[in-house]
Design a protein. Structure first.
Length: 310
């Protein structure tokens, strides 16, 4: 095996991204199905995708995300907060896939600011990667948000993830758009407009997140009575949900100030606008870059012993 070559993977619910790396260079990349839509076992899906990569004699693979959940390959128990990179390394689950060592990164659990249980899988790796990409985040207290299907507002203190709060913003948007009357008749191909998004942010800024259920119905009423276009309606719905997420975060975490946003560029831009509407400002980090940096941080040391899960 070549200790300089490793396979990195971000395996979520809806998609799999695999990278063949040598040092810091990506030699190849492949995409595959998420754990919720597999037609074969996770192990076989993985081995099929990396088949010819094994000719490069990778030293092993490290995977994060829902691959370590109950619906994934094998469950990697959550590590509790507060957690540093060292804490997560201690909880990494190690298995064997046809002779290839595979490390599965655990998720994190915490008691959130509302006093309830909360969990994440995959985001912890992005957070650790962000700390490597922006070393200033390793010192002092910082607020980060990872937008997506389940947005995660996270506090990092002196390099440790101390707690987080989840909001199913993306999931709620998809459900309301596809299965409610709010966007009835709006085709799936319609993209939300910037004007509609700004209108949604403004309504939340005016009335606050507590009135979100009442403001949501305006998505429908404005189409019927004010001629709101389909694109504006989709943008308005998105603006209400993301705006309410940012406004609620301000209530629980205080003055937002500087927030680090870790995600895809388009989502980062939406949260930049929402946080600005609540008086904060953003530093954005690309989610894919953060995953690779985080997996690098959590990778087994070269020449380390590999103990396979019995």
């Amino acid at each position: 095996m070549d200790p300089s070559i490793f396979i990195f993977g971000d395996w979520g619910t809806s998609r799999l991204r695999l990278y063949l790396r040598q040092g810091k260079s990506v030699l190849d990349r492949r995409d595959g199905p998420g754990v919720s839509v597999l037609t074969k076992s996770p192990e076989q899906t993985f081995l099929d995708l990396v088949g010819d990569w094994r000719e490069a004699q990778p030293a092993g693979a490290i995977l994060c995300g829902m691959v370590g959940s109950r619906i994934g390959w094998v469950e990697a128990p959550y590590a509790p907060c507060p957690a540093t990179a060292d804490d997560l390394r201690e909880h990494v689950l190690k298995i064997d896939a046809d002779g290839l060592p595979v490390s599965i990164v655990p998720g994190l659990s915490c008691v959130n600011p509302l006093g309830g249980p909360d969990v994440m899988r995959g985001e912890e790796t992005q957070i650790l990667g962000a700390l490597e990409l922006d070393p200033a985040l390793k010192h002092g207290r910082h607020l980060l948000v990872l937008p997506g299907t389940h947005s995660k507002w996270t506090v990092v203190e002196d390099g440790a993830i101390t707690g987080f709060l989840t909001a199913p913003v993306g999931e709620t948007f998809a459900l309301l758009r596809q299965h409610s009357t709010l966007a009835a008749g709006v085709g799936v191909e319609v993209q939300g407009s910037a004007q509609g998004f700004a209108m949604g942010l403004a309504r939340i800024a005016e009335h606050g997140p507590a009135l979100l259920p009442h403001l949501l119905f305006e998505t429908r009423a404005r189409q019927l009575l004010e001629g709101l276009s389909a694109a504006d309606a989709v943008g308005f719905l998105s603006g209400l949900l993301i705006g309410a997420d940012a406004a609620a975060a301000r209530q629980w975490f205080g003055d937002l100030g500087k927030v680090t946003v870790i995600g895809a560029p388009a989502l980062n831009n939406f949260y930049d606008q929402a946080i600005a509407s609540q008086g904060g400002h953003v530093t954005a980090i690309d989610g894919d870059a953060a995953v690779l940096a985080g997996l690098t941080t959590l990778s087994p040391p070269k020449n380390s012993d590999f103990h396979v899960l019995a």
